[in-house]
Design a protein around this ligand. Structure first.
Ligand code: PRP
Length: 178
């Protein structure tokens, strides 16, 4: 599929993201103080940059695992059907778990994943999303921690794609069609 021409305007700089992650990491350390090991679960593909930066700020014992869920494919509109394309490698029964999401939009993805992982009886499960678009919510869910609340703009970068492009931008940008 060919995309119409567009430009990307910076919305949240790499520096601002880094500073926010430092603060979030402190809150997570406090919340999980004393944990034997925290299983940090990144939702692929969008969270790969965020989880990499977040775990390097965490002064805790962490295990990193990934789960791939997809509801958009290359489309701009959620299919509202969340498919698990890759499950966790490890067990989370009785463990402390932090689910890392890049963006909560309709909420279908996080809601589905939290339901799935809670059914495996973790000791404690919390969630973190770098971005939150509350105005788009269709399912009642909110991450435990949120980096930035943003308006209903089409964003890319820092792991987030437009038709699989622009995930490698170091900042969050707003797509503007030209
Ligand atoms: C995107 C994004 C979130 C989800 C948020 O994933 O990474 O996981 O959509 O949308 P929602 O709140 O409306 O469910 P996508 O399905 O595009 O897969 P990707 O992470 O591989 O890009």
């Amino acid at each position: 599929m060919t995309q119409p021409p567009y430009v990307i305007d910076e919305m949240i700089s790499a520096k601002t993201i880094a500073a926010r992650i430092e603060d979030l990491a402190k809150e997570i350390e406090t919340a999980f103080a004393g944990t034997e090991k925290l299983v940090v679960v990144g939702l692929l593909r969008g969270s790969f940059v965020f989880i990499a930066d977040l775990v390097r700020e965490l002064d805790l014992n962490v295990e990193v695992d990934f789960l791939e869920a997809s509801s958009y494919g290359d489309a701009m509109e959620s299919s509202r059907e969340v498919r698990i394309l890759k499950d966790l490698r490890g067990e989370i029964n009785g463990r402390d778990v932090l689910v890392v999401e890049d963006i909560v939009d309709t909420g279908f993805t996080l809601h589905h994943v939290v339901g799935l992982l809670r059914s495996r009886k973790p000791k404690r499960l919390e969630t973190i999303a770098l971005l939150d678009k509350p105005s788009r919510r269709e399912v009642d869910i909110k991450a435990t921690w949120t980096g930035f609340q943003i308006p209903d703009e089409f964003v890319v970068g820092y792991g987030i794609d437009y038709a699989q492009r622009n995930r490698n931008l170091p900042f969050i940008g707003k797509v503007r069609f030209t």
